[in-house]
Design a protein around this ligand. Structure first.
Ligand code: ASP
Ligand code: MG
Length: 465
């Protein structure tokens, strides 16, 4: 069996849904189809909630548009004769949503819990619609088997429980049958309240299902041809990457490639289930294969597979005597940040001596600084640590390829190329897996930097690695 996940653009319009229908109905094996909300709906659900919280009456017309959009899709895509039944299931959900908005407008605030409930309607409804569009398909409610637990101020998947519940929920998936369910949505394992796996989380739902059911393959159907050697909006000559290792795909995603939601890779990697990235609108293309196969061949002959960039990054620097104890500074810094759900994007290689620097998303900067201030309060007090400094408007540029961390010339070549162009490298590192070489530069130079390194590794001028 296979798991196929279709993103928002793939399920966004009757025309795109016709592609989905064709792809799924031509399968000759059991399949689980995981869908996102209709394209743009999640954003609109959130925007409407904000309007309601501001008591802006425009929330009502937004709600009407949300309703009409779903009704019109139902009327055009459901199997012959199925529209009334589908409308009968969807209408009460839209009524619930509408009452939630009225409630928010009344109290004039938007509690996080209510927002989680609101965004869930996107996938709850889209999955019902898609299940009524595909011949012989059944619908399963993801809220029943995707379970989260609280982790500091976030919800994270309770994977052992979810794994067990998925196995139970799908036991009756028969030969050649298709089950459709919503991505992204979940419930809290203790309270049962509606939660989600984070924006973009439908990919992750699909991966959890693929892993639990030992799927032959996880197919992520999207609106691009696959992973590219660089973002084609910045580098028009970028090409599709035919194959990647799990680690390479993880590195590309964590440094800005928006092809799949980063946590998606882990569950399938663990089970060694290949992932394919495919274009719903060009299904004849072979897309990108992600497998473990490259690991061995590429350690003998490492090469750069792709380059990425990530903006809205900040660099934090700590100075002082305490910084000289590298194991201590590492564990205290990472623990205090992890407790607040902040991930460190990069730790500078030059963290020797009395300077230690690392990068975080700018959105996390103020929380990062305050958690460090708490952790290092005694050291700041006694003077073994000076204050922290931070610089925003930074960007990360990464070159990714399994084994490239072991090639000592790559880092210096990148730095040299940037230096010649007058681009200052503020910090650099190779990723934890040695599958990437990463630099921090000023955000304003990011396009140029990406062009330079894409040209360096993929340009007509042959690179010598
Ligand atoms: N609909 C959700 C979002 O827009 C989840 C997803 O599409 O993966 O973030
Ligand atoms: Mg997505």
């Amino acid at each position: 069996m296979k798991v196929l996940k279709f993103g928002g653009t793939s399920v966004g319009t009757p025309e795109s849904l016709a592609f989905v229908k064709k792809i799924v109905e031509s399968l000759d094996e059991p399949a689980v189809v995981v869908v996102s909300a209709l394209g743009g709906i999640t954003d609109k659900l959130i925007a409407t909630a904000r309007l309601a919280a501001d008591s802006d009456p425009a929330y009502k017309s937004n709600m009407r548009e949300i309703r009409e959009r779903h009704y019109s899709v139902i009327n055009s895509v459901t199997l012959p004769g199925k529209a009334p039944e589908t409308l009968g299931v969807v209408e009460p959900l839209l009524n619930e949503l509408s009452s939630l908005y009225d409630g928010i407008a009344l109290i004039g605030s938007l509690p996080a819990k209510i927002l989680d409930q609101i965004v869930s309607y996107g996938e709850r409804i889209s999955s019902i619609i898609v299940s009524r569009m595909i011949e012989g398909a059944s619908h399963l409610d993801s809220l029943k088997f995707i379970k989260t637990e609280r982790w500091f101020n976030r919800h994270i998947a309770d994977t052992p429980l979810t794994d067990r519940l998925i196995k139970e929920a799908f036991t009756n998936l028969g030969k050649n049958s298709t089950a459709v369910c919503g991505g992204f949505i979940s419930t809290d394992r203790d309270t049962g309240v509606t939660t989600n796996l984070g924006r973009g989380g439908s990919d992750y739902t699909a991966a959890l299902i693929a892993a639990a059911l030992d799927a032959k393959c996880l197919e992520i159907w999207t609106d691009v041809d696959g992973f590219m050697t660089a973002d084609p909006r910045i580098i028009p000559s970028a090409e599709v990457i035919d194959s990647l290792s799990f680690v390479e795909s993880m590195e590309l995603c964590s440094f800005g490639a928006k092809v799949v939601y980063p946590p998606t890779i882990y569950p399938v990697f663990h089970k060694n289930i290949p992932i394919r990235i495919l274009n719903t609108f060009r299904p004849h293309l072979s897309g990108t294969w992600i497998t473990d196969r490259q690991t061995s061949s590429h350690t003998d002959n490492p090469s750069v597979k792709g380059v990425t960039s990530m903006t809205n990054v900040s660099l934090i620097e700590m100075k002082g005597e305490v910084v000289e104890n590298i194991p201590e500074i590492n564990s205290r810094t990472f623990n205090s940040l992890a407790k607040n759900g902040i991930s460190v994007l990069l730790v500078s290689q030059q963290s020797s001596g009395s300077k230690f620097s690392f990068a975080v998303a700018t959105a996390d900067l103020s929380r990062a600084i305050s958690s460090l201030q708490t952790e290092f309060a005694p050291d700041l007090e006694e003077g073994s640590m000076n204050d922290f400094t931070s610089e925003s408007e930074m960007a990360i540029i990464a070159a990714v390829g399994e084994g490239i961390g072991g090639i000592s010339t790559i880092g210096p070549r990148i730095r040299h190329t940037f230096q010649r162009a007058g681009i200052t490298v503020k910090a650099s590192s190779h990723g934890s897996s040695a599958a990437s070489q990463v630099c921090v530069i000023r955000e304003e130079r990011v396009k140029e930097a990406l062009q330079l390194i894409h040209e360096m590794f993929f340009g007509r001028m042959e690179s010598d690695i």
